[in-house]
Ligand binder design. Structure first.
Ligand SMILES: [Zn+2]
Length: 268
């Protein structure tokens, strides 16, 4: 088995018809992000056929997309009220992806809206004791600011596509946050910081993800769950290069265990 800690199966299905059949054939369990009814319902049906952890949140990029008229003004409110409904109905394995995207000026213009959304979604995770899946770009400082909240009532916190340093990861853990750090195709695309961090962190804190369909490898239009094994193989090679003796099978197993620790409460 392998575990894909962050993906968007509904969006993937629009590009790759047989993605779910392929996932089952390759024996890949995944965590699925959704932010509206249509994608959540698709994921819920897929989860009934092959194990999938169901996540839902208002994506931090959504306020900017609404400001650009990509979606109607009611979109954020609808998504948020569905989050409350799903959490209350015990239909979620995690709240996410939420967080902060301050990557460029269009996103930074919505910082206040992102903060309000993050706080409300943090409260939902606290109330229902759900893990949080975080999308953080250029905003790691915010996570230190919310550190006390993240450590007290949140069972685990997944940093999807983690782009911070190993030192920052270590200090989040020292703060008492039960944090896991997820790495994807960035380590195959020569992203120096992700490579260094992925090689340095403790095996017990590592997750791997494809972010399918959004982080395609070089020459590919999109990523799919099948990319998880080359990602894990690369991570094992990086860790060997950093002096840790690490086979890809052992790393796959360790990341599966981490995945089940975070998302596995309701999984078979
Ligand atoms: Zn994503």
């Amino acid at each position: 088995m392998a575990s894909d800690a962050h993906s968007h199966p509904f969006d993937l299905s629009l590009l790759h018809d047989g993605a779910e059949a392929e996932r089952a054939r390759l024996n890949i369990v995944c965590a699925a992000s959704a932010w509206r009814a249509e994608d959540f319902q698709y994921n819920e049906r897929a989860a009934a056929r092959f194990p999938m952890a169901l996540c839902f949140a208002v994506h931090p990029q959504l306020p900017a997309a609404c400001a650009a008229d990509e979606y109607g003004p009611e979109t954020v409110r609808d998504s948020l009220s569905l989050l409350h409904e799903l959490a209350a109905g015990k239909r979620l394995d995690a709240v996410g992806e939420t967080g902060f995207d301050l990557f460029d000026s269009a996103f930074r213009a919505t910082e206040e809206a992102q903060e309000a959304l993050f706080l409300e979604q943090l409260r939902v995770a606290e109330e229902y004791g759900l893990p949080l899946v975080l999308h953080i770009r250029r905003a790691i400082g915010k996570m230190f600011r919310y550190g006390d909240r993240l450590k007290s009532k949140i069972p685990s916190v997944v940093f999807h596509s983690y782009s911070g340093t190993a030192d920052e990861a270590a200090s989040l853990l020292r703060r008492g946050i039960n944090a896991y750090f997820s790495f994807g195709t960035a380590i195959l695309l020569n992203h120096k910081r992700a490579i260094g961090t992925c090689a340095a962190l403790d095996e017990g804190r590592l997750l791997f993800e494809t972010d399918a369909p959004y982080q395609g490898l070089r020459g590919k239009a999109f990523s799919s769950h099948a990319d998880i094994r080359p990602i894990i193989a690369e991570a094992a090679a990086l860790r060997n290069g950093a002096g840790k003796s690490c086979s890809k099978d052992a790393l796959e197993k360790a990341s599966d265990e981490n995945f089940y620790r975070v998302f596995g409460k309701r999984l078979p």
